[in-house]
Design a protein around this ligand. Sequence first.
Ligand code: UN1
Length: 478
Amino acid sequence: MELQNLVDGRWADGKGEEFTSTNPSRPSDVVAVGALAGPAEVDEAVAAARRAQPDWARTPHHERAAILSRAAALIDASADAWGHELAAEEGKTRAEGVGEAQRAAQILRYYAAEADHETGQLYASPRRGEQILVTRRALGVVGIITPFNFPIAIPAWKIAPALSYGNAVVWKPASIVPLLAMRFAQALHDAGVPPGVVNMVVADGPTGGHLVDHPGIHAVSFTGSTAVGQAIAASCAARGVPVQAEMGGKNPAIVLDDADLDLAVDQVLLGAYRATGQKCTATSRLILQDGIAEPFLAAFARRASELVVGDAVAPGVQMGPLVSAAARDEVQRGIDTAVRQGARVLAGGSPYGGALADGWFVPPTVLDLPSTTLDVWRDELFGPVVGVVRARTAAEAFALANDSAFGLSASVFTTDLGRALESVDALDVGQLHVNSESAGADPHVPFGGAKRSGYGPKEQGRAARDFYTHTTTVYLRG
Ligand code: UN1
């Protein structure tokens, strides 16, 4: 597949550096090849978006919604094919890829339905003959920067609300997954998004910086690493540009001594190892209350070792590779450092030999930690690695969970409603899953993190409307 960019409704070759995306399960297989976009194309895209946006905002919301619904139908119809391509380019399993495509369609339908909802409020006025009306308007042109790990769902949950509420978009997807980005942009284009309303530039980080710093941009939405998110937030804040940054996580799963053991094992496996642990919401810290710790760990380590790891597109495979050689090396280094610092390997831990040695695979890994001072307990490691500590009481478990720079998501496993409610009070996180895995997000409710996991307004649901619009308060007299 030839890598191209969509600017002002036209597909064109990039003018930047040559780039090849490959299949992380079989890195000699090329997925897409071409030239990246550079700053000049970002300038063209921003100019096109600025030209197109006023008319898009004046287009009746129901017409914009109909386009989003058409895009959803196109994606649903392609979900199987896209799921396969996603697995081949990104490394999550085919089933997860299909699920992600369907999720993108669901998100588009949610924001299409926004056309049927109220858009403002009417207040009484203290003055005779006056009403006060609060209306919403689009921000203008939004710069959108998305990560590799959800190449269509995360773009959908940023681009769909941006478009539904009347904004135009310049989108820079992660350059490592350009094929799925092109598929998504093409679906929007085919559904009837007018030229210039959605522009996609596949580019490297510095060109992304050019987009963030562009004077023509009215807001920025970013998902990715904490370091990049904080730099983007600082740059936007300095210029007074609204910004939302969804960043890293170090998400705990707490298993209390009254938990349903089988359920907890099943769910923590999903949270830790689906998508090869490459989710900001993945479980990477396991806090086990004394009493349940040993039976839980025995079952969990065995099940982790039994997961079927292999080519992400192959039937029956439960975990694919990491996205790149660099990602694989970083995760393996993190495991090796943990072992040097005293961690005991209960599952995984060492690189694969044999057929899997050629791809970017790391085994599902469980590390029993001597203390919470280890790097693997503190720093995000974007991969299938879980560190385990024990707690005497529920209160101690909650305190260990909160002792983190991050606050994205957490799981608590208990059959005691009182303890579940205690966890709601205790845990400083954006998403709390009681008796379910730490990942997952529905389109109609807020998503985002506390502390270093998030900056600015949250995403999705009403929160998305609040971010992608601002209010005009109209003092109305006849
Ligand atoms: C999910 O848990 O299904 O980049 C979504 C991420 C998050 C999205 C997680 N922003 O992993």
